[in-house]
Design a binder for this molecule. Structure first.
Ligand SMILES: Cc1ncc(COP(=O)(O)O)c(C=O)c1O
Length: 360
């Protein structure tokens, strides 16, 4: 049995078990969010105000970083982070073949060649397959983490795509967004901490890169009086989005613990292989299982009114705008057997029992 009792009114529990219960999460945090937003709006701050500063310093504090620059989304954050490295145009930038398309799009948007490399069994980049590159975008997918001590041995600049790994900590006691010369996080609605809109951030300890990123995110200049360093973006979070993230961060530990409890329970209830790395703290951004009979398992879950998804049906080598070469067999094997089940902290114990039944 689950130790932490969590129940809901019967009417809610009888509906489909969705992958995301954002409605329930909103009910928990809305008073605190409205309070912060109201104060900001009364100061006349719709963006780039006190809440942006608070969020940036909170992220620096949490991840022990010198600088943080918030952006409109993690895709922009990755694009800006890569541009800040000032690599020669069309440089080869490594991405794992198994990732959300946004990782590759950011590389292309920054003016570089996407070089997709196969992943290991934890869906993170296979370091042995890295060749001929100017930089690496490492993705800590589903909350699993790359082997950073090995990645650093490549001596290449590493930009961490920590969109799915905000709460993950590895065996060296280093959080995912604390790794890399630059790291990027996401606050989109499918993430553990959502802005109820969009949002992202770049973290770094390098003052020069930080200043470039800050310029690149807003027309390439610090103020309208400055000359642009490049054709920058207009990429910011609103005060509302900052407030939602700031409040979400207050709950992040509690929510991560509940996701851990749910994941442990579901993993112990099934013989299916989970995608979860054994690390000191795991984001459990998505709870992915593997089955060679995926269709059958998914059908059973769907019959119990449990929503499922395949993250991801299309890998980077399936995108025709990117040309991929090399052995990508492990990522393609994982793609054919992986599926995601609901694991948000807002699930009730009864709902978790139903998912466990479906996975048996
Ligand atoms: C691994 C990964 N990278 C990048 C992104 C892009 O994040 P955003 O939606 O904030 O642009 C996502 C979003 O789903 C993601 O999962």
């Amino acid at each position: 049995m689950l130790s932490m009792q969590s129940s809901l009114p019967v009417s809610i529990e009888m509906s489909k078990i969705k992958l995301f219960q954002s409605d329930r999460v909103w009910a928990t945090i809305k008073e605190e969010v409205f309070d912060l937003v109201d104060q900001a709006h009364q100061r006349g701050e719709s963006q780039n105000g006190e809440l942006t500063k608070q969020l940036e310093s909170e992220l620096c504090r949490r991840f022990n970083r010198g600088y943080c620059i918030t952006t409109a989304c993690a895709t922009d954050a990755l694009d800006i982070a890569l541009q800040s490295l000032q690599l020669p145009i069309h440089s080869n930038v490594i991405v794992p073949n198994y990732t959300f398309t946004a990782t590759a799009h950011a590389v292309a948007r920054a003016g570089h060649q996407v070089a997709a490399v196969d992943v290991g069994n934890n869906y993170c980049i296979n370091i042995d397959k890295i060749r001929n590159a100017s930089a690496i975008v490492s993705v800590d997918l589903f909350g699993n983490m790359c082997n950073y001590s090995m990645l650093y041995k490549t001596q290449l600049p590493i930009v961490v795509d920590a969109a799915q790994s905000l709460e993950s900590i590895d065996h060296d006691n280093i959080a995912s967004p604390s790794h890399g010369v630059l790291s990027c996080v996401s606050f989109s609605p499918s993430k553990t901490i959502s802005s109820w809109g969009s949002g992202g951030a770049i973290l770094t300890d390098d003052a020069v890169l930080a200043e470039r990123c800050r310029n690149l995110r807003l027309h390439g200049k610090q103020t309208n009086k400055n000359i642009a360093i490049a054709a920058g973006l207009n990429s910011m979070m609103s005060s509302f989005e900052c407030a939602a993230v700031l409040v979400g961060l207050r709950y992040s530990k509690q929510w991560q613990q509940r996701r851990k409890e749910i994941a442990n329970y579901l993993i112990s209830a099934t013989d299916l292989i989970p995608s979860v790395d054994h690390i000191p703290q795991h984001t459990l951004s998505k709870l992915v299982f593997q089955s060679t009979d995926r269709n059958q398992v998914v059908q059973k879950l769907n019959c119990l009114d449990i929503e499922t998804a395949v993250h991801y049906n299309l890998l980077i080598n399936d995108e025709t705008i990117y040309s991929s070469s090399g052995d990508l067999s492990n990522s393609n094997r994982l793609k054919s057997i992986s599926f995601t089940v609901p694991n948000q902290h807002s699930l009730s114990d009864n709902e978790v029992e139903t998912i466990a039944k479906g996975l048996k």
